[in-house]
Design a protein around this ligand. Structure first.
Ligand code: ATP
Length: 289
């Protein structure tokens, strides 16, 4: 049996995001299409001689204690499957934190998979997704990865065909945006463009990259981009350098641009870093695993 398992925890973007209403428990009903990226953290889980769970990370921006979502994942599995032994979790963080890229949910999902494999637990992915749902609404999606329509609070998933292999430029401005604040301040009357998720689904099924790029839409831009003009500045710059489409991901503040040509993507990357001072920029691709 292996003593250590290493896997990638991939970031996601939302290519379209609509809010259908607010539930009595305070959560919002959403309808969104998510796409996994190559951009990833690396999770390594190892056995240790103790009976405890430990977290180590190269990032000063995430907690290294029991509030880390990766810790919660290991804790849930340890309790559900009576794991006898310790779990050391190492998180090499590349995905910007609190960015709308599901970094925490993805680390959580990757830890569920890695601990399952480390201890040979008899849990298929759908069982891990059920456990993950209690930690975060995006965790089931992060377990499967790829292109999915997500409904409910994000946990009702329908698999879609993969997006075309396109270059993705990611830019996270240096501002902290809390997901809870964004949802709390969402006001339907302030939405600037209404998304058509069903149409977007058709474009994805037709592999129609032009229409996919023209119909990127996120109602949460009406909250986050309204407050932080840098988001529209980034979108404008990405378009000037040849992006086919741009959008804020999730609750933000990260913006992504989709590029056919890697060269244009690289030029935009340099401009955003040097002229707009955006340090957290990445050139990546969509990923379907
Ligand atoms: P989402 O797109 O799902 O809303 P996000 O990208 O906006 O997520 P995360 O990077 O997941 O945000 O971080 C949200 C919060 O979760 C942060 O305040 C962070 O401290 C906390 N957190 C706990 N564990 C982790 C982890 N392993 N990685 C990132 N954030 C974590």
């Amino acid at each position: 049996m292996s003593e250590s398992v290493k896997i990638k925890a991939r970031a996601k973007i939302n290519v379209i995001l609509d809010i259908l209403g607010r539930r009595d428990d305070g959560y919002h009903e959403i309808k969104t299409i998510m796409q996994t990226l190559d951009l990833s953290d690396t999770i390594t889980v190892s056995k240790n001689e103790t009976d405890i769970i430990t977290i180590s990370t190269n990032s000063g921006k995430i907690p290294a204690d029991s509030s880390n979502l990766a810790y919660k994942a290991a804790e849930c599995l340890k309790e559900s499957y009576n794991i006898n032994g310790g779990i050391a979790i190492k998180i090499d963080k590349n995905i910007p934190v609190a960015a709308g890229l599901a970094g925490g949910s993805s680390d959580c999902a990757a830890t569920l998979i890695a601990v399952r494999d480390l201890y040979n637990l008899p849990a298929v992915n759908s069982e891990l997704a059920e456990i993950g749902k209690s930690i975060g609404a995006d965790v089931p999606y992060c377990i499967y990865g790829g292109t999915y329509l997500a409904e409910g609070i994000g946990e009702k998933l329908t698999k879609l065909p993969p997006l075309p292999m396109i270059n993705v430029l990611i830019a996270k401005p240096d501002i902290d945006v809390s997901t809870a604040w964004v949802y709390k301040n969402f006001d339907l009357s302030k939405v600037r463009k209404v998304p058509n998720v069903d149409k977007m689904r058709e474009y994805i099924e037709e592999n129609n990259i032009q229409e996919i790029c023209h119909n990127l839409c996120n109602v949460l831009e009406s909250v986050t981009a309204e407050k932080y003009p840098i988001i529209d500045d980034i979108k404008k710059a990405m378009i000037e350098f040849g992006a086919l489409g741009t959008l804020m991901s999730g609750s933000g503040p990260t913006v992504f641009g989709l590029y056919m040509e890697k060269k244009e993507c690289e030029k935009a990357f340099n401009y955003l870093r040097e002229k707009l001072g955006i340090a957290d920029c990445f050139i990546t691709k969509v990923s379907n695993n």
